[in-house]
Design a protein. Structure first.
Length: 77
């Protein structure tokens, strides 16, 4: 289940929402208004590096296009 980021058009509050089965948030948790929109976010993924240590990478930091594959070949992730 993905977590998406949203912003309220009225109070400009940004919040995260865990989406269950495609359901969108009905109101802003700050002001209660219904005018919320999903934000575009940089994706990230976690892999195991050499020796088993955890390596976090995000699309914005590495220049990766954000493919869904574990190794797309074009960016080396």
């Amino acid at each position: 289940m993905p977590i998406y980021e949203y912003r309220c058009a009225v109070c400009d509050h940004e919040f995260e929402y865990l989406v269950f089965g495609g359901s969108e948030p009905e109101t802003c948790p700050s002001c209660g208004d219904k005018r919320v929109s999903r934000l575009l976010s940089a994706c990230s993924h976690i892999t195991k590096g050499a020796g088993g240590h955890t390596v976090s990478r995000s699309a914005g930091a590495s220049g990766c296009g954000g493919c869904a594959s574990t190794n797309c070949g074009s960016c080396g992730h």
